[in-house]
Design a protein around this ligand. Sequence first.
Ligand code: AMP
Length: 112
Amino acid sequence: MTVFARILAGEIPADFLYQDELAVAFRDVSPQAPFHALVIPRKPLKSVADAGQEDTALLGHLLRVAARVAADAGLEEGGYRVVTNVGADGGQTVEHLHLHVLGGRPMGWPPG
Ligand code: AMP
């Protein structure tokens, strides 16, 4: 069971920013920017690579939730970054699909 599955099950606390029947958003425990949230599906997909045709609407929903939590955090004017890591080279450490929403400072490009 991943740490995010345990958060979804209520076994580990999280600072929730948004919840609906398909997805939840909460603050990253180790923020890499002044604002750093994670948006995850309730469905235990491992990453975007694990998503099938039947998950197309869910993936779109996750992006809309990311935009919503960013707007709620007041990031629309300054901008923000939404990123999802896949696998070892992508830097993924938790095998439950998640979108990082980062903002509150200028982001570098390319990412490290
Ligand atoms: P990734 O490296 O893309 O898989 O991102 C996993 C993220 O989960 C990291 O940014 C961690 O800081 C974050 N994380 C790990 N455990 C928790 C937790 N219990 N609550 C909130 N965020 C967490």
